[in-house]
Design a binder for this molecule. Structure first.
Ligand code: NDP
Length: 242
């Protein structure tokens, strides 16, 4: 069956690949973004996917964005991909309250903001797919990313708890935890650090955004109805956890 999907941060990087993959799977898709109008327009022109700007850290903006999306997509949103994320890296002893709060707000509080407004509709409809993009660094922790690691570990806890609450209503809640993927976020990492990272990845390369898109499409499918509360690691073997 095809559904109505909203992908946060869906105009660039991993989110763009997820938006495209969901569209190719037959779903109606709206891609949200924060402020880069130029990238959003280029994405929409290239893919034909509708875009809408709002801040996923703002509850009221999310509620309005999701209501508008339902109108635009022709019915209640029954797939939410919580992909938008930021980094504000730095060693903890130098980390500012702003760097902490910004990351928790965009990478973790956004899951509440984007899921709470649609959960009643999913429960009433007896179907829902919520996919949260965590990170390898939420699974293993990463020096210089206490804020990001905490937020991304929180994403996994959110997923497991909500999965238990919604399982009987036909709603599955899962995580994909990417390793290092070839996007703008990783392009910001200095080349010497990146070379060291790649040396530690058994498949010996960065991941492709399309590989995350394919994983998300599977988790959204009817065939994945028995999978809930799971975290799918997509990291080239860099970190293996049960
Ligand atoms: P990018 O930086 O390439 O893209 C981020 C996207 O999120 C953009 O579309 C951006 O919008 C949007 N965004 C940022 N802040 C907000 C906000 N407050 N409200 C709405 N949208 C927002 O990120 P990636 O594609 O690299 O990462 C996507 C997700 O995957 C993130 O959650 C990241 O933590 C996670 N991840 C990434 C990895 C990687 O190697 N790249 C590894 C593991 C996890 P705009 O274009 O307007 O700025």
């Amino acid at each position: 069956m095809t559904h109505r999907a909203v992908v946060t941060g869906g105009t660039r990087g991993i989110g763009a690949a997820i938006s495209v993959a969901l569209k190719q799977a037959g779903h109606s898709v709206l891609a949200n973004y924060a402020g880069n109008d130029e990238a959003a327009k280029a994405f929409s022109d290239e893919t034909g996917i509708a875009t809408a700007k709002w801040d996923v850290g703002d509850y009221d903006a999310c509620a309005k964005g999701l209501a508008d999306a339902a109108n635009q997509l022709g019915g209640p949103v029954d797939i939410v991909i919580n992909n938008a994320g930021i980094t504000r890296d730095g060693m903890f002893h130098k980390m500012t309250p702003e760097a902490w709060n910004d990351v928790i707000r965009v990478d973790l509080t956004s899951l509440f903001n984007m899921t709470r407004p649609v959960i009643d509709g999913m429960r009433e409809g007896g179907f829902g797919r919520i996919i949260n993009i965590s990170s390898i660094n939420g699974q293993k922790g990463q020096m210089g990313q206490v804020n990001y690691s905490a937020a991304k570990a929180g994403v996994i806890g959110f997923t497991k708890a909500l999965a238990q609450e919604t399982a009987r209503k036909g709603i599955t809640v899962n995580c994909v935890a990417p390793g290092y993927i070839d996007t703008d976020m990783v392009a910001a990492v200095p080349q010497n650090v990146l070379d060291q990272i790649i040396a530690g990845i058994p498949v010996n390369r960065l991941g492709k955004a399309s590989e995350i898109g394919a994983a998300v499409v599977f988790l959204c499918s009817d065939d994945a109805g028995f999978i809930t509360g799971a975290t799918l690691s997509a990291n080239g073997g860099q970190y293996m956890c049960g």
